[in-house]
Design a protein around this ligand. Structure first.
Ligand code: CA
Length: 227
C-alpha cells in the first residue's frame, strides 16, 4: 500500500517515512504543501498523512482541494496543538482522523491501519487472491495452497504490486518506482534478484507457475483461466 506524508519538519518527516517504510508501506514524502498537493492529485495513494501547518499551502487547503475534486482518499492530519477548533475544522473539511503532536509512532501506525481497513471498504479487499496464492494485506501474510510463505518487507511489496496488476506486463522501471520508491539504472539487477527470490518462494514446488518473465519487457503475474 502506498502512503503520502506531507510534512515540512525534516525530522518528523524522515522519522515517519522510515517507520512506515519499515512497516511495509511504500512511502512518498513531500516537504512543502505545494509538492504534497501536486503528488496527491497526480499519484494514487491509499492514505495521506497531512501536516496542518505548512509554509506555502497549508493542510486545510490541500484537504479542501482534494475533497472538491472528489477524492475519497483517507486523510489523517497532524496538528501541533490540542485545539478543539482545529480538530473540528479538519473533520468538517473531510479528514478521517487526526493526531496531536507529539505522538508515539505506535499510535500513528495503529491509526493508519484502522483507516486503511475502513478505507478499503469491503473487508475482503484486505485479501488478494490469485489461483491458490493469498495475500493478507493487514497481517502481511502470504500463503500458497494453504502453506505459509515468509517474505521480507520488500518481497511482500513486490508481490503485492504484481498481484494487484495481474495480467499486466510490468516494466522494471515501474517496479523500481513503486516498490523501491526510486529509479534504478536499467543495468542494475536489483529487481531481477528480488523477483528470483519471490518466485522461488511462491512458485517452486507449486503449479501453475504464477510469475512470468516477459523477455525484453518486464515481469507479469498471471494464472491460467480455470475453465
Ligand atoms: Ca509543520
Amino acid at each position: 500500500m502506498k502512503l503520502l506524508i506531507v510534512e515540512d519538519e525534516t525530522k518528523i518527516g524522515d522519522y515517519l517515512r522510515q517507520g512506515l517504510t519499515e512497516a511495509g508501506f511504500v512511502v512518498n514524502l513531500a516537504r512543502t504543501g505545494l509538492d504534497g498537493h501536486h503528488l496527491a492529485v497526480t499519484e494514487p495513494y491509499d492514505l495521506i498523512i497531512l501536516d496542518v501547518m505548512l509554509p506555502d499551502m497549508d493542510g486545510w487547503r490541500i484537504l479542501k482541494s482534494l475533497r472538491e475534486m472528489g477524492s475519497k482518499v483517507p486523510v489523517l492530519f497532524l496538528t501541533a496543538r490540542d485545539s478543539v477548533d482545529e480538530r473540528v475544522t479538519g473533520l468538517e473539511l473531510g479528514a478521517d482522523d487526526y493526531l496531536v503532536k507529539p505522538f508515539a509512532f505506535a499510535e500513528l501506525l495503529a491509526r493508519v491501519r484502522t483507516l486503511l481497513r475502513r478505507g478499503t471498504a469491503p473487508a475482503t479487499e484486505t485479501t488478494l487472491k490469485v489461483a491458490d496464492l493469498e495475500l493478507d494485506l493487514m497481517r502481511r501474510r502470504v500463503t500458497r495452497a494453504g502453506h505459509r510463505i515468509l517474505l521480507t518487507v520488500k518481497e511482500f511489496a513486490l508481490l503485492e504490486l504484481l498481484v494487484r496488476r495481474q495480467g499486466e506486463v510490468l516494466p522494471r522501471s515501474l517496479i523500481a518506482s513503486q516498490v523501491w520508491d526510486m529509479n534504478f539504472d536499467s543495468d542494475t539487477n536489483v529487481i531481477d534478484v528480488a523477483i528470483r527470490r519471490v518466485r522461488a518462494k511462491i512458485d517452486d514446488g507449486f503449479e501453475p507457475k504464477l510469475i512470468h518473465t516477459i523477455r525484453g519487457m518486464g515481469y507479469m503475474l498471471d494464472a491460467p483461466d480455470k475453465d
